[in-house]
Design a binder for this molecule. Structure first.
Ligand SMILES: [Ca+2]
Length: 194
C-alpha cells in the first residue's frame, strides 16, 4: 500500500526512468527523439514540481491504478476469462457483493479489463460529471452511497458477480463499505472497461 512518502517516491521514480520512458514511447509510436522535450530540462522541471499539489482525486487514482497494475488487473482478467469459459465460479469476498454469489448475474462478460488503464486517471476525470449525475440519484448520505444502493446501479452492467465484487474492492479505496463520488466514478470506469 502507498505510504505518506508515496508521492515523493513516485516523483523520483518518474525522474529516474524518464529516459527509459522516452525511448519506449519512441519505439511504440515511432516518434523521433528530436520531438521530445529536452530530457535534462524535463527532469529539472519535474524535480521542481510539487506533486503534493495534485488534487486528492488524482493522487487517489494514481494509488489505485498502481495497485491495479501491481496485482488486481491480472486477477480480474482471470476472473473474466473464467466466466467466459463457464467454469465454476471462484469465491470472491467483496463488500456489498458478499454472499450473493448466486445472484442473477449469469452471463455478462467483458473484453479486456486492461483496456484504457493507462488513461484511467484522465478518463475518470473526464467522465466524472456523468457519473456524478447517477451518483446523486442513489440517495447519498453525507456524500456517500451505501453498498446496497451502489450495488443496485452496478448490477445494471450485467457483469458477473465475481467481477463486480472485485471492482468493488478496487473502488472502495478507504474500505468503509460505501462509495463517495470519486470512488463511484472509479467503479463505473472499471465497469466500463470490462
Ligand atoms: Ca469508500
Amino acid at each position: 500500500m502507498p505510504t505518506v512518502f508515496g508521492k515523493d517516491n513516485k516523483k523520483k521514480e518518474l525522474i529516474n526512468s524518464l529516459g527509459e520512458i522516452y525511448s519506449r514511447i519512441e519505439k511504440e509510436h515511432q516518434i523521433s527523439p528530436g520531438d521530445f522535450p529536452n530530457l535534462k530540462k524535463m527532469q529539472e522541471q519535474l524535480q521542481a514540481h510539487d506533486l503534493n499539489k495534485f488534487q486528492p482525486l488524482k493522487m487517489k487514482l494514481l494509488d489505485a491504478v498502481d495497485d491495479m497494475l501491481a496485482h488486481d488487473i491480472a486477477h480480474l482478467m482471470v476472473l473474466v476469462r473464467q466466466e467466459e469459459t463457464q467454469r465454476p465460479n471462484q469465491v470472491v469476498k467483496g463488500g456489498a457483493f458478499e454472499g450473493t454469489m448466486n445472484g442473477p448475474f449469469g452471463h455478462g462478460y467483458g473484453e479486456g479489463a486492461g483496456e484504457g488503464i493507462d488513461e484511467v486517471e484522465w478518463v475518470v476525470a473526464r467522465d466524472k460529471p456523468m457519473y456524478d449525475e447517477i451518483f446523486y440519484t442513489l440517495s447519498p448520505v453525507n456524500g456517500k452511497v451505501t453498498g446496497a444502493n451502489a450495488k443496485k446501479e452496478m448490477v445494471k452492467s450485467k457483469l458477473p458477480n465475481t467481477v463486480l465484487g472485485k471492482i468493488w474492492k478496487l473502488a472502495d479505496i478507504d474500505k468503509d463499505g460505501m462509495l463517495d463520488d470519486e470512488e463511484f466514478a472509479l467503479a463505473n470506469h472499471l465497469i466500463k472497461v470490462n
